[in-house]
Ligand binder design. Structure first.
Ligand code: PEP
Ligand code: MG
Length: 589
């Protein structure tokens, strides 16, 4: 039966494929596709894990017997019997083998997928006793996962065929020429990064806001995605056919033939539009009245530089360096590893500038999923970004030295996130000087960098003169600026309707920042999601912005807007929008 689920559109386009559900296990689990040659090894890992857990339970049972009936309740032994039985359950074993052999899931993913499948069957059981066995099953599978976590995985996540955005490339394997779409309750930004190398044609999550970092990574992959589709991971079943309409934020499950035909048509139309836009690739981004505009790329990993160049970016406006730090179980990259990564990005851009933002973890970007910040009530207001760096100067100095060294390979701009206080600015700059001095002392070559600050806290936007006294350029992080100005958690779908880039207060802070930088002839760009939103390009041009940084996939769309705009004549109109009570109405008029 066809039904639809509504969420928030985060990445455009239409994806049609079979659902792959990523179960949310309490144990942090890696999800990746293995190579066919690794099937036997993965099955063996599960077998070894299962046997180890069985032995553990049997040992426990023996010790219970030795303790005697007084010391341990009889029920405990019965529960352990049930656990042993579940571990030998044919449905669990054969199901896990199926996901590994036929779908090439890694062992942990196969286990959680099969757990989810059986758990749903338990949920549907009439018998209460049997229904309650679900918790036992979860416990034994988690025991196996924990055991496996303690034993290093012999296989590295292989890179499968890439070519994000191209439906025909997004096939799982030759035997199953079917695109796959991923459905999950939640995915951390680190998870998303892992999936970036994979084969999915689209994503859906139950939770998340439009500018949550998970959504941002989905957008950077240029594949249709919907977040905040509440209940999707419960309502969609493994292998269901699903249409993801990333423009409307709708997920259609089990679509009828008519719906499929309609969306197939939409997909072809999008492909035609893509081809049309590609003709603009080598056209310089200049407005009708001759004003050049910089269209820069936001990247997450050094190798994204290639995609940025291919999309026609004239530099990297935001390298979110924190993605180098994620999913490493606290084993953070040192100076040398970071230097090699930044150098790859700089060399990849072939002489175009690369803006490296120092690490911005915290809030909805935990280093590891298991480290999700539950201890603090307001992690977005907590130890995040520069606050985190300043709290660990040795770690920060490693990063600063690595960036300064990378600057010998091409133009580098150093960007600092989340500054609000003069003291933070001075402390940061002193550490930059210290990093330089340390390199000098060790005779290690380093290059010059332009220093920039992100304007993403209202306090910063209201003290621009202070910032411009110390920095060469500013970059407006509208994602956070909106979040902090309007007190709306950007990752929370329940308040997503109030997350408004066109709120007069937000526009005022953006406009004043651009104007003050221009007055002082300092560089200014927008690197939040507003820069890649074509419906806002004319407004930002009218406010004087000449540098936009966005996901590479958006560059040609924004270039088209630039080419059609007369920046000078947009100025009075932009002021009108700024002054109006409801800017969204004035903008649309
Ligand atoms: C922003 O806040 O607008 C920004 C670009 O930084 P991030 O999205 O990584 O917080
Ligand atoms: Mg930010």
């Amino acid at each position: 039966m066809t039904f639809s689920i509504h969420g928030l559109p985060v990445a455009r386009g239409v994806a049609i494929g079979r659902a792959v559900l990523v179960a949310s296990s309490r144990v942090d689990v890696a999800h990746y596709f293995i190579d066919a040659s690794q099937i036997a090894t993965e099955i063996d890992r599960v077998r070894v894990g299962r046997n180890a857990v069985m032995e553990e339970i049997q040992r426990l049972q023996q010790s219970i017997v030795q303790m005697g009936p007084q010391a341990s309740p009889h029920e405990l032994s019965a529960i352990l019997d049930v656990h042993l039985m579940l571990l030998q359950d044919e449905m669990l074993i054969s199901g896990v083998k199926h996901w590994i052999t036929d779908r090439l899931y890694n062992a942990e993913w196969a286990l959680t997928t099969q757990l989810e499948l059986i758990a749903r069957q338990f949920d549907e059981m009439e018998d209460e006793y049997l229904r309650e066995r679900k918790a036992d099953l979860e416990q034994v599978v988690e025991r196996i996962l924990r055991y496996m976590k303690g034993v290093a995985s012999p296989v590295a996540p292989p890179v499968r065929r890439s070519g994000a955005g191209r439906q025909q490339d997004l096939l799982l394997d030759d035997t199953m020429d079917v695109p796959l779409v991923l459905i999950a309750h939640d995915l951390s930004p680190a998870d998303m990064l892992q999936f970036k190398q994979s084969v999915f044609a689209g994503f859906v999550t139950d939770v998340g806001g439009k500018t949550s970092h998970t959504a941002i990574v989905a957008r950077s992959m240029d594949i249709p995605a919907v977040v905040g589709a509440r209940g999707a991971s419960q309502m969609v079943r493994q292998d269901d056919w699903v249409v993801i309409d990333g423009d409307a934020g709708v997920v259609i499950v089990d679509p009828s033939a008519i719906i499929l035909a309609e969306y197939g048509f939409k997909q072809r139309q999008a492909e035609v539009e893509r081809t049309r836009l590609s003709r603009l690739l080598h056209t310089p981004a200049v407005t009708l009245d001759g004003q050049p505009v910089q269209l820069l790329a936001n990247i997450e990993m050094p190798d994204d530089a290639a995609a940025a160049l291919k999309a026609g970016a004239t530099g990297v406006g935001l390298f979110r360096s924190e993605f180098l730090f994620m999913g490493r179980q606290g084993n953070l990259p040192g100076e040398e590893e970071q230097y090699q990564a930044y150098r790859r990005a700089v060399e990849g851009m072939q002489g175009l500038p690369v803006t490296i933002r120092t690490v911005d973890v915290g809030a909805d970007k935990p280093l590891d999923r298991s480290m999700k910040d539950g201890a603090h009530l307001n992690p977005a207001l907590g130890l995040r970004a520069i606050r985190w760096s300043l709290a660990d100067p040795a770690m920060f100095l490693d990063q600063l030295r690595a960036i300064l060294r990378a600057a010998t390979h091409g133009p580098v701009h150093l960007l600092i996130p989340m500054l609000a206080h003069g003291s933070e600015i001075r402390q940061t700059l002193a550490l930059v000087d210290q990093a330089r001095a340390e390199l000098d002392e060790q005779n290690v070559p380093h290059g010059p960098v332009q220093l920039g600050a992100m304007i993403e806290i209202p306090a910063a936007a209201l003290t621009l003169k202070l910032f411009l006294k110390y920095f060469d350029f500013l970059s407006i992080g509208t994602n956070d600026l909106i979040q902090y100005t309007l007190a709306i958690d950007r990752a929370d779908e329940s308040v997503a309707h109030l997350y408004d880039p066109l709120h007069p207060a937000v526009l005022r802070l953006v406009a004043d920042t651009i104007a003050e930088c221009r007055r002082q002839s300092k560089g200014v760009s927008v690197c939040g999601e507003m820069a890649g939103d074509a419906s806002l390009t004319r407004l930002l041009l009218g406010l004087g912005l000449r540098s936009f940084s966005m996901h590479p996939a958006q560059i040609l769309t924004i270039k088209q807007e630039v080419l059609r705009s007369d920046a000078t004549s947009l100025e009075p109109w932009a002021q009108q929008v700024l002054e109006s009570e409801d800017p969204s109405l004035t903008l649309a008029a």
